[in-house]
Structure formats: C-alpha cells, structure tokens
Write a protein that binds this ligand. Structure first.
Ligand code: HEM
Length: 493
C-alpha cells in the first residue's frame, strides 16, 4: 500500500489493498460503471486494484494503446487446446505477423467483394422474414412486433457463417442455430475465468469450459476441410482469404490448420455478439428519440426511395446515418472493455504519476467516452457531434485504437450501415403500444415516427439514453431483451 510508486495514484484505500471490489463489479457486469464513478471522483487516472490503474485521458490512452511496448495483459491468454490468435496473442511479433496475414481480408476492397453476402443475410433475408410475419397476421393489424436484439444476433451469426465458414447457417430463418448456446457458454466461461483466474485450476470447471470450445473446433475444422474439397469454386470470403494467405505473397507466411481453426473461432466470438449488440443499441436509441429516428428515416427515404442501399451509398450520401452509428457506439459501446496493457521495463510516466514496470494500465472505453475533455456534454445522445469535422470524432475508441485496434471494424460498420439503412427505408418502426419498458420514456418518445411532426427545437439534434437494464460480460447486453427490445414494424403508406 505504501512502498510502491503506485501509492501516489489517487483512489480508494480499499482498492489499493484488494482487487475484490473490482472483481465483484466485473461479475455483476457493472465494471464500466464502477470505473466511471471512480474517475468522476478521483480524476483521469485512478487506482482500481493493488496492481491496476484505469486511465481515461485520451492522449494517455493513445500513448498506451499506440505502441507494442505495452503488451496485452495475461488475462488475454486462451486455453492451451487452441492456438493463440490475433486477439489473444500477447506477442508483438505474432500480432504484427497475423495482422499482416489477415488484415487485407478486412480491407474495404475485400469487403466490397463480400458485400453481396452481407446484403443477402442482413437485408434480403430480413425483409423476407418480416414479410412472412406480415402474411401470418390478420388483415386488421398491419404491423408486427419483433424482438430486435434476437434478430440482430441471428443476422450477425448468419453473416459470419457465410463469410467465415462459407455456410448458410439459416439462423434467422429458423430463429435458432446450434452454435448459439455453444457461443454463450464459451463467452460466460471465458468471462468468469478472466474475472476469477484461479478457477482455471479447478479441473471440473476447466473440463466444462473446454467442452464447448472443442465442439467449436471440430465444427471449424470441418468447414476448412469442406472448402478445400470445393477448391474449384473459390469464394470471396474470410475463410478463402485465410486459405490463400501466404500463397502468392513472399512477405506473408501461410497459416496452418490449427491456426486457421483458432482464427475462424475468433471471428465467431469477436464478430457476432459485438456487431449485433451494436445494432441493438442503435435501434434502442432511435426508438427512444423519435425526432432523431424521424430525421434519419426521412433522410434515407429521400436519398434512396427504391433500390437496395449499399455501403458505398451510405458512405457517399448518408452522413447522418454514420453520425447516428458513431454516436451510438460512443454512448452505449458494445464492448466497453478496459483493454489492459502492461507497463514496460523502466515504467512509464503518465500525467504526474510514474507507473512501475508490470502495472496493469487499463484504458476504459466507457470512461473515455464519458470524459467531458474528450466529448462535450458526454451523457447526451447527440449524433450531430459527428456531423462536423472536429476533434471529437478522433476520440471515439469503441473499436479501441492503436496497434491492437479492432481488425473487424470495417466489417462491423458495413453490416451496421446496410442493415439499418435498408430496415429504416423499408419499414416504419416504433414502440409497441403495450410495451412494458422499464425505461424513462417521455411522451415525446411515443410519438409515431412515421408521420411528419413538428419537433420542439430544443430537442432537435440531441436526445436521451434509454434506461434499459444492461450487463457487461465482454459485450454490453440488455438483461431482458424480451421485454426491453421490442419494436412494432409496419409498412410505410
Ligand atoms: C461493433 C462491432 C465491434 C466492436 C465494438 C469491436 C470492438 C473491439 C475492441 C474494443 C477491440 C479491442 C479489444 C482489446 O484489446 O481488448 C477489438 C479487437 C478485435 N476485434 Fe473487434 N469489435 C467489433 C467487431 C468485430 C468483428 C466483426 C470482428 C471480426 C469478424 C472483430 C475482430 C476483432 C479482432 C481480431 C480483434 C483483435 C485485434 C488485435 O488484438 O490485434 N471485431 N474489437
């Protein structure tokens, strides 16, 4: 408590002698909120456990995340049955190599060739599904209620199924897929053992953790084998890109089978939950702020009255959609992680404090986004902040930043843009009349967004964040989506 240079860092006495409060809040799924309260009380650098500090000053965060000198913390280690992958590796050399091998697959150029698949699963199939529901309803009700959190998860799974495994998972069509419970179990076990690492030494628990992972490995190995057999018909997807890596380029090593298995599993774990929950929060924010939903819907319908909207369309002609998505990623970040990195040999000076070698330096995504020095009026949902060329847009770290920033960022953004643009263009969306949300919805929120309404000028541009109960276990999910994530879908007149 007293002899380490860390004793200079502000924070509660209790947190300097034990990590129990931090782990308790991690298990409750409230770590980002817990850390944010500490930053509000103690400032931009705060001690959160004997070994850990959290930072929320954007220049400090960019310094730490910007270089391989600060390696990932041991909490990223994955079970030995799986090869280290792009996300889990703590080795700078392996990270650089893997990003060279896989990075081109996530480039805009490669994503263009994969967009047909994204449009099929996120737009065409969704439209078919909603139209099927319309057919089943009686004629006097021209609207259907959809649990959008579930549907977005199914769409994200189908998309990764197509791009990462070359398969049609039909998850949206069947409203289920065998991988869903497997992925949930892996996510929860990973999170629990990350929070309480000593549990890893309990053989029974380890066995239960490894079983779903082993199932996923078999599934993934089978997909790779199948693609080799289909070799005559190479496809433009992530799986093919992995199989081709290093074939024609002397600067890149080819990936072996265990490495490919680990990377495909990573695509599922890193790509499904994050993207789907990002779409969930964006739609929740829109439904709770009908003046913003109205402005965005009108914008989309005026620009694209008929044909399917592609990502290039969005990039060129729908800047407000991008602003809404960015603001949603800021205010309700899907992965509000703490991105722990280790202070290098010799330590590092951040602000007024010298952090000795070995200190866990955590960059809190949520606290950076709530820092008034990085974003003005940070608790207000205000997409307009991303409509102008100011510094704020460079402070968004929902996909992290620096040398280990999210590799799938472009894919996630393409998916979010095309799904939301086409959904809002094709349908009117609003709260179901009888929805029993626990949120503080004002009468304004319940207005029908499909009609032209004169909005209070004070409300124009800015809005509020729905008070939907949520929990962060790796990703931030609504606790009761069956109650809080319902939308009434109808066809425009
Ligand atoms: C809205 C969706 C997404 C969000 C908010 C998100 C967020 C993040 C964040 C915050 C990190 C840094 C984590 C850390 O250092 O602890 C990360 C890393 C990563 N993400 Fe994403 N992600 C998203 C979608 C995806 C998708 C679709 C994929 C791939 C299919 C993906 C693949 C990765 C990989 C491979 C890394 C590790 C990069 C490295 O360490 O070099 N992500 N993501």
């Amino acid at each position: 408590r007293w002899v380490t240079p860390l004793s200079e860092v502000p924070g509660a006495f209790l947190h300097s002698i034990t990590s129990i409060p931090m782990r308790y809040h991690m298990l409750r799924g409230q770590l980002p909120e817990f850390i944010q309260k500490l930053h509000e009380k103690y400032g931009p650098i705060v001690r959160i456990s004997p070994q850990r500090v959290s930072i929320c000053d954007i220049s400090n965060v960019k310094q730490v995340l910007g270089s391989h000198a600060f390696v990932k913390a041991p909490s990223y280690d994955i079970p030995g049955i799986l090869e280290p992958n792009t996300f889990s590796t703590r080795s700078p050399e392996l990270s650089i190599e893997r990003r060279k091998q896989l990075g081109p697959g996530f480039s805009h150029k490669h994503l263009n060739s994969m967009e047909r698949n994204i449009l099929k699963h996120g737009v065409v199939n969704l439209q078919q599904k909603i139209d099927e529901l319309f057919k089943k309803t009686s004629h006097d009700t021209d609207a259907v209620v959809v649990q959008y959190h579930k549907w977005f998860s199914l769409i994200a799974l189908d998309t990764i199924g197509a791009l990462g495994f070359g398969q049609n998972f039909c998850a949206l069509q069947n409203e289920h897929h065998e991988l869903i419970p497997v992925l949930t179990r892996i996510r929860i076990f990973n999170y629990i053992t990350m929070t309480l690492p000593w549990l890893k030494s309990l053989p029974r628990l380890l066995g239960r953790r490894l079983k779903p992972l082993a199932a996923l490995m078999t599934f993934s190995a089978a997909a790779i084998d199948q693609r080799r057999k289909d070799n005559g018909h190479p496809k433009a997807d992530l799986l093919q890109m992995m199989l081709d890596s290093g074939r024609n380029d002397d600067h890149r090593e080819p990936l072996n089978d265990p490495q490919m298995v680990s990377e495909t599993i990573l695509h599922l774990i890193a790509g499904v939950d994050t993207t789907s929950v990002a779409m969930t929060w964006t739609l929740s924010l829109l439904l709770h702020n009908p003046h913003i939903l109205h402005r965005l819907t009108m914008d989309i319908r005026q620009e694209f009255p008929t044909r399917i909207i592609t990502f290039e369309d969005c990039r060129q002609r729908l800047p407000y959609l991008s602003a809404v998505i960015n603001e949603s990623l800021r205010i309700l970040s899907p992965a509000p992680s703490i991105l722990p990195r280790i202070a290098p040999t010799g330590g590092v000076r951040l602000g007024n404090y010298l952090l000795p070698a070995g200190t866990w330096i955590c960059s809190s995504v949520h606290s950076v986004h709530m820092n008034p020095a990085a974003f003005s009026s940070p608790t207000t949902f205000n997409p307009d902040r991303f409509m102008c060329q100011n510094q704020e847009r460079h402070n968004l770290i929902a996909f992290a930043t620096g040398v280990r920033a999210c590799l799938g960022r472009n894919l996630a953004l393409v998916e979010m843009h095309v799904v939301l643009a086409n959904l809002l263009r094709n349908y009117n969306l609003r709260f179901p009349a009888d929805q029993n949300t626990n949120s503080s919805i004002s009468s304004v929120s319940k207005m029908d967004s499909s009609t032209t309404v004169e909005f209070d000028d004070k409300l124009r541009g800015a809005g509020m964040v729905p008070d939907i109960p949520r929990r962060t276990w790796m990703t931030m999910n609504p606790i009761k989506p069956e109650r809080d994530c319902l939308v009434l879908v109808s066809r425009p007149e």
